[in-house]
Ligand binder design. Structure first.
Ligand SMILES: [Zn+2]
Ligand SMILES: [Zn+2]
Length: 338
């Protein structure tokens, strides 16, 4: 039997030859026009009642929406589709591409095209963030003894942490930051992440941790609470110096208890946070100095004193050879080699 269409070749399937059959089938299809909702800020697509992941660009969102609308015949095997944006006119995208599949034993290659028409929206995550929505406040306190640089580093670490969590959970964001006396308030979009973050800060920097919550309102018959996490830093961080009586220490670790290195003996000791907080605090940049080496032996070094400018002899705590300068700590008229 010859093909009913071309009448030239033997029938292959559906009364058609293989070539005509291949040309007549469309195992992969796209509707000519696709309407969709996209967030104008983060390019999330709305799918039913939920919003999908953040897209890198609105073009990516258009391609993604087209792919979601691809129809594949049940007989098609190994379907492959490649789509890209040809043309954009404000929120309308022309999309085309190629598709291939194995259909009833024949490889069928097709060209596809469609038009995506977006309706620009503000997704719930973006409108919450813009509306300064927050479920919790992290109150960072005890910052007055930190340097500007230490505060900047601490805040930047928190922002980085929130950003990387937000990639997995879009409810996580900082909706506002307010500098207050002796501290910083961070308004957090989502409570359980805020609690974890506050706990982590406390574990890492030590100090005081307090939690409270208050009834804020009622939504859909559910009580809404706002939570406050107070993280009060102990006033010093690793790298600072503490002095008690006439002993000076370098802070080497803060985690529940505080690890110190005594400068004169190089001994490590561990003290309670409360004890450490009762000591006098010195910032590294205020007490660390580089002094000119005048001469040295195996056991001693003679340095130029930073204030009297006279030679001063110090015992080397361990056998080292200094270059032209030696790093020291100068605290309360005492010099220590470090
Ligand atoms: Zn034919
Ligand atoms: Zn959005």
């Amino acid at each position: 039997m010859l093909c009913l269409k071309c009448g030239q070749r033997e029938q292959f399937a559906d009364n058609l030859c293989e070539e005509c059959f291949r040309a007549s089938v469309q195992p992969i299809s796209l509707p000519p026009v696709i309407h969709g909702n996209v967030c104008r800020t983060c390019f999330r697509l709305q799918k039913g009642r939920s919003w999908l992941e953040i897209e890198a660009s609105i073009e990516d969102a258009a391609v993604h929406l087209a792919k979601l609308n691809i129809g594949i015949s049940g007989d098609a095997q190994n379907p492959r589709v490649e789509l890209s944006v040809d043309l954009q006119d404000s929120s309308v995208f022309r999309i085309s591409g190629k598709a291939s599949s194995v259909f009833k034993g024949v490889i069928v290659e097709q060209t596809l095209s469609t038009e995506v028409r977006f309706h620009l929206q503000s997704c719930p995550f973006c409108s919450r963030q813009r509306g300064n929505y927050f479920e919790a406040v992290i109150q960072l306190r005890g910052l007055d003894t930190l340097t500007e640089r230490q505060i900047d580093e601490l805040l930047q670490r928190i922002r980085d942490e929130v950003y990387s969590t937000s990639l997995k959970d879009p409810r996580t964001f900082i909706s506002n930051e307010v500098k207050v006396r002796g501290g910083h308030d961070l308004y957090m979009g989502e409570n359980s992440h805020a609690r974890q973050l506050a706990q982590k800060l406390h574990d890492e920097y030590g100090g005081e941790f307090k939690w409270s919550s208050s009834l804020y309102g009622n939504k859909d018959g559910r009580d809404i609470y706002r939570h406050t996490y107070l993280v009060r830093l102990p006033g010093f961080v690793v790298g600072d110096y503490l002095v008690k009586e006439s002993n000076a220490y370098l802070v080497t670790k803060v985690f529940k208890r505080v690890q110190l290195k005594e400068l004169s003996t190089r001994r490590d000791i561990t003290v309670d946070l409360q004890d450490a907080m009762s000591m006098r605090i010195f910032k590294a940049e205020h007490v660390e100095v580089e002094l000119v080496v005048i001469m040295q032996t195996d056991k001693e070094v003679q340095l130029l004193h930073p204030t009297t400018m006279r030679p001063v002899d110090l015992l080397k705590p361990e056998p080292v050879t200094f270059g032209e300068k030696a790093r020291c700590v100068y605290i309360e008229d005492e010099l220590y080699l470090v």
